[in-house]
Structures are given as C-alpha cells and as structure tokens.
Design a protein around this ligand. Sequence first.
Ligand code: FAD
Length: 412
Amino acid sequence: MAGRCRVLTEAAATTPKRPGPRVVVIGAGAFGGWTALWLVRRGARVTLVDARAAGNIQASSGGETRVTRAVYGANAAAMRLAIRAMDLWKEEQSRLGVELYRERGVLWMTTTPDDSYLEAALPLLRAAARPFEEVTPRDAATRWPAMSFDDARRVVLEPMAGYLLARRASETVARQVAAEGGTVRQADVRPPALSDARPPGGTAAEPRLDAVTMHDGERLEADAFVFALGPWLGSFFPGLIGERVRPTRQELFTFATPPGDARFFDDALPTWADLGETLRYGIPGPAPTSGRGEDEARGMKFGDDARGPLFDPTAGDRTPSAEGEQFARAYLARRLPALKSPRLQSAQVCQYENTADNQYLIDRHPHAANVWIAGGGSGHGFKNGPAVGEMLAEMVLGGRVGDPAFALWRLA
Ligand SMILES: Cc1cc2nc3c(=O)[nH]c(=O)nc-3n(C[C@H](O)[C@H](O)[C@H](O)COP(=O)(O)OP(=O)(O)OC[C@H]3O[C@@H](n4cnc5c(N)ncnc54)[C@H](O)[C@@H]3O)c2cc1C
C-alpha cells in the first residue's frame, strides 16, 4: 500500500501542471482590481490593464476614503454581499499588514418621518448576527458631543462598519496582482471587434474574442476578458450599455476641524450617515497623533448621495462648485455646530456610475461567451470590491452562474 502511494505521488509530482487560462482584466478600479487578484489566486494567468494608474483620481475608485456598512435597507442579498466583503477586507489587511479598513462604526440617523430603510435593515442584521445598537437621540448627544441630534428621530450605531482607505487599497490590490504572478500594464484599450447591438433573448452566443488591441496597436491575446470600466462602460459599449450606466457628477468636501478638538477624531466620532431627504454622510479623520494621518483623511469629509447632473468622466470639468461648498458648510454648521466656518481642506469632483435600479452590472457579454462586463457601482460599489471580484472570478473560471439581480438584461 505504502509503495503504491509513493508511485502515485511521484507520478503527480512529475505531471506538468496544466497552466491556468489567460485572462485580461481591463480596468484596475475596485471591481477590476479585485477580480484580477482573485483570478490570479485561482491559477489564471492574468494581465490587469488600466489606461491610468490604479486608484487614479479620475476613476470612481479614486480619492482617499469610502464608507463600508452592512445596513442595506430591506435588501438582504446586498447586506450579505457587504458582510462578505467586510470579512475579506479584514483578511486582506491582516494578510498584507497594510491598513485598508478602519472599523470605527457607522452612526445612522433618520431625520424624516420615513425610517423604513433603517427599520427594514435591523431584523436582517439581527438574523445575520451583526451587532447594532439603538441609541436615543438624547443619549447620542451625550456620547458624541460634536454632533447635533436635534432633528434626529432614530439613531443606530453599526459598530463593525467604518471606512476604507480607497486609493491605498486600489494601489495595494494592483501591486498584489503583480506580486502574486500577474502582470499589470498601463494602456488604453480599444473597444473589441464584437457586435455592440443588443440581441433579442439575452443569452450568450457562441463567438469568442481572441484579443484586445491597445492604443499603440499591440494586441493582447487571452482566453477570457473582463471589462471593468466604471463610468466609461457606457461610452465604450455605446449600443450594448450606453445610458444604462449613467455617470453623474458628485462633489466631496473635506473641512479642517477645530485644532486639537478630539471630539472630531475617528476614534471619538464614527463615520455618520443622515437618512434625510437624501443620504448625507461624513467621515471623520484620525487624530494627528495616531500616526495614521498620512492620507488626506484628516478633517471632516462630507458627501451628499443625491445624484448630480450627467458627467463625462474623461472631459468633464472637475472644478468643485461654490454652491456645493456653500451647501456643505450650511449643512455641517447644523450637524456639527463647532464647524461654523471651517477651513476648506480639499474638494473633489468624482462621478457615480448609476444603473436604473442602483444595482451592479455583472454579466457575460451577449456576443462573446468569454467576455465579461462589470460596473454600475451606483455610488456604493467600492466596499464590495473584494466580494464582487470573488464572484466574478468564479464566473469567469466557470464555477458560478451570474446573479440575475446584476444581469445586463434587467436594464431596459
Ligand atoms: C464621490 C464618491 C463617493 C463614493 N462613496 C462610496 C462609499 O462611501 N462606499 C462605497 O462602497 N462606494 C462609494 N462610491 C462608489 C464606488 O467608489 C464605485 O462604485 C467604485 O469605486 C467603482 O469601481 P469600478 O472598478 O467599477 O470603476 P473605476 O474605479 O472607475 O475603475 C474603472 C477603471 O477603468 C479604467 N479604464 C476606463 N476605460 C479604459 C480603457 N479604455 N482602457 C483601459 N482602462 C480603462 C479607468 O482608468 C479606471 O481606473 C463612491 C463614488 C464616488 C464617486
């Protein structure tokens, strides 16, 4: 018996390992970067190509920070995806020894009579054994004295949520793709020679794509291709996607907090989200003494989730508007009264890439069985990069069918 085992082991050792499929991933944002990393880890020979650097400021994944949370209203599937992603963020940061995720909690408050989003989320969190704590507005004002809860009807702390270091994460993931055997290239990829029309029926046809061409004419051949082009998906596939993924202009402002006022540091005040007429949110930065303020996350970042006007991610004007800044100042003066006339630290114009139902687009190209499309982050895609990448890598390698909630064909 022992001899037979040895023979088999020796045979296995001398059998050349079948090389994994060659996969080209175009787009090194949250979706493409993580997909590439998962593909490498599952044995594919991956080339990750981006026209710009990973984490570039024009990409939707650009900028310093992003909120992560499990609260997703009544959408249990979205909550599960977000929880899976949070676990993966934590695993990755301890594997690499690079801080990517600051688990400082998210403080939710409702400021209109409609609290259905939060109300629907709580039983789902309970069922998933995710901790949350309901706090009266009065107790909240004592616990987080920088913040006014005067108009809050309901306050809930989600302690395992927090914020991600976005640019650092995008750069780290791309670097890791290369470190684990993939290739990372900077090149502008041309649209592939595939029909761009929407065929009736919506099932993947037989033809396969052999190669993509880059701006200098070089061809990259592969067995499979993933196009994760964020806000560029619509213009890249104008017939197939076009306005089904609509980029909108979004502004972000970061203001200095009062010098030395520890109430504003992220270990004293969680990331917060005001479920009012629209979702408005803030991300406090770390204390200067934490040794973690090397990123731009110092100060109070403010964002409004309301969709701005349509925006061209390549040529759109990225000068922040005076009205946007004024609105941010007026809002913060109410919500964080000590921020009456704060110094503007930085301002950015970014873009969401929205689908009609704000769900992602993760599907096979209908004209080529070996081509995949990922995008439609709709203002909430970053946090889920690791889980979306895991799902898409399994789809590409053949072990998983796509989720109908993310199918191209649901977008009329
Ligand atoms: C202001 C703002 C706030 C947000 N807040 C949050 C938040 O708090 N939490 C959260 O989870 N999400 C948030 N999001 C959403 C999230 O950041 C996005 O959904 C996500 O980052 C999209 O990632 P992506 O990989 O699809 O696209 P991108 O990051 O845009 O990546 C696409 C990449 O494709 C490349 N590319 C395009 N065309 C080509 C080509 N022809 N050839 C080669 N490369 C090409 C681009 O250079 C780019 O790097 C926010 C977004 C914005 C703008």
